[in-house]
Ligand binder design. Structure first.
Ligand SMILES: [Zn+2]
Length: 101
């Protein structure tokens, strides 16, 4: 929702991820942001700096009290990285992606 993509000349980019749902799935309260989590993900386009907004429920009566919720998109980034590495054998080139069947 608040994802911001910024392309830079040196082919590295910065992406901010935020959970799509920031209401607690247990009690329905709006969660508060707990912290920022930083991650570096390497893709064919270069190195992407991910900033993940981690939320948690602040309702002391909630079973999910203090349990963190991380952005759903974080998993997609992990999957994408894995798929690219599996296809190109980490050669750093994009050519293998079109050739593999
Ligand atoms: Zn809750």
């Amino acid at each position: 929702m608040m994802a911001r993509k910024q392309a830079r000349p040196e082919a590295s980019q910065e992406v901010v991820l935020e959970p799509i749902q920031i209401t607690c799935r247990a009690c329905g309260n709006r969660m508060r942001m707990a912290r920022h989590s930083q991650r570096m993900v390497t893709t064919l386009q270069g190195v992407t700096h991910l900033t993940l907004k981690v939320y948690r429920c602040s309702n002391a009566d909630c079973p999910r009290f203090r349990q963190v919720t991380r952005p759903e998109e974080e998993g997609q980034w992990a999957i994408t990285t894995w798929r690219i590495c599996a296809g190109c054998h980490c050669s750093g080139r994009g050519a293998a992606l079109s050739g593999v069947a």
